[in-house]
Design a protein around this ligand. Structure first.
Ligand SMILES: Cc1ncc(COP(=O)(O)O)c(C=O)c1O
Length: 398
């Protein structure tokens, strides 16, 4: 058997939509991307969705938007500037943190809970200081960070709240979808994620002004895709409206091929996630004996959360045992990965990054040293679910 981390989830529908897109010769961002944005916003119940070429780009756009002079400052939240601190979980993805650094801010790493893999809320509270301007949550591994306390901390201190939801599309928490609690939520549609647009990402926001800023910044800083385009263009009659630049920006646009995939994948998301949940539940049951014996720990779903498993993470008793389990599983055809980037403070890139570590990162170290995950993609069969369950149990029986 070969249980891969991820598998193709697209079929004839996506391929036919992509071919008809190629035949139309309309390949740069257009109607399909816009239709996908609309459907995605409707799915989440979000006000606006801005489609980009990756989850990393959605993060880049978000942090540069919050640092942009045009950002609307509301409810005590101030535009981020050089040296503003942004609180992030230490167990993170690289391009969750790099855009914060690239925007001139200072990431402040806080510890994570080895049980849930989410950022530790006491650590977040303790890390808030006079320079704090934002909190960046990551809903790791399809679980959810408990949002009620984060939302109230952010409101109390006038902080921006950005949710990196790249690993948790479709996760519900407190009756809502993750990614919809803060000012901006970001998503990834990379091949191995909950749905795939080959490469792709989305930034969602309920704030229409932020949405227009994101639209301008996604495309060179011009006015073309903004909802207030006409009003802006009337203000500058002497400038050709097709090339009217109102802010700095990037080119982070997706192509229509990505839009074609997104449109055909999104209606399948609930079915995919149902299967992810079923598989996760089956493994939870299969490993109850190991968990009760203290041999293995599995990710605990946070309260009031319906997870959309990104992978199936487990922690071993020691680093040596984790290495052994990883080797054993790979030999048995079960692909494994470390849990995200582990404790980012230990990654060599951080030697060159101005940052602050707030408190102990013992939980993040434990996750990095003893954790691993394997795939929970919807193409895994019942037979493969049993195979993985039996293989893991046989490792600990030996
Ligand atoms: C938490 C998190 N943020 C951001 C990203 C980046 O997404 P992308 O690969 O689409 O750039 C990933 C990728 O897996 C991720 O896990």
């Amino acid at each position: 058997m070969h249980i891969k981390i991820s598998a193709v989830t697209f079929g004839d529908e996506e391929i036919e939509e992509a071919i008809s897109c190629l035949r139309s010769a309309k390949l740069t961002m257009g109607a399909r991307c816009l239709a996908f944005e609309k459907a995605f916003a409707e799915y989440l119940g979000a006000g606006n969705a801005i489609f980009v070429n990756s989850g990393s780009s959605a993060n880049l756009l978000s942090w540069f938007a919050i640092s942009n002079p045009m950002i609307p400052e509301r409810q005590g939240r101030r535009r981020l500037g050089p040296g503003t601190e942004v609180i992030v979980p230490a167990v993170s993805w690289s391009t969750t943190i790099w855009p914060i650094v690239q925007a001139g801010c200072v990431p402040v790493l806080v510890d994570c809970d080895p049980d849930t893999l989410q950022m530790n809320l006491d650590a977040v509270k303790a890390a808030i200081g006079p320079k704090t301007g934002a909190i960046c949550v990551i809903h790791a591994m399809g679980n959810a960070t408990p949002m009620a306390p984060v939302v109230s901390l952010a409101a109390e201190h006038g902080l921006w709240l950005v949710e990196d939801t790249c690993e948790a599309l479709g996760t519900r928490h407190g009756g809502r979808y993750t990614g919809c609690f803060g000012q901006i939520g970001t998503f990834s549609f990379y091949f191995s994620h909950h749905i795939s647009t080959i490469e792709g990402g989305m930034a969602v926001t309920d704030d229409d002004e932020i949405a227009d800023l994101l639209r301008s910044m996604r495309s060179h800083g011009w006015s073309r895709h903004r909802t207030d385009r006409d009003a802006i263009e009337r203000r500058y009659p002497e400038i050709d409206p097709r090339f009217l630049f109102i802010t700095t920006g990037f080119n982070l646009r997706p192509t229509e091929l990505n839009g074609a995939f997104g449109l055909r994948q999104l209606p399948k998301l609930s079915t995919f996630n149902r299967r992810r949940k079923e598989i996760g539940k089956a493994w939870h049951e299969a490993f109850t004996v190991l968990v009760e014996a203290g041999k293995l720990s599995v990710m605990r779903t946070t309260e009031d959360t319906e997870p959309a498993f990104f992978g199936y993470p487990v922690l071993c008793r020691s680093s040596a045992e984790k290495d052994k389990l990883m080797r054993f599983l790979e030999e048995k055809g079960i692909e494994t990965r470390p849990i995200i980037c582990g404790n980012m403070a230990r990654q060599p890139a951080f030697e060159h990054v101005s940052h602050r570590v707030a408190g102990s990162l013992a939980g993040a170290d434990r996750i990095m040293d003893t954790g691993l995950y394997w795939g929970v993609h919807p193409r895994i069969t019942d037979e493969e679910v049993d195979y993985v369950g039996n293989t893991v149990r046989s490792f600990f029986a030996a």
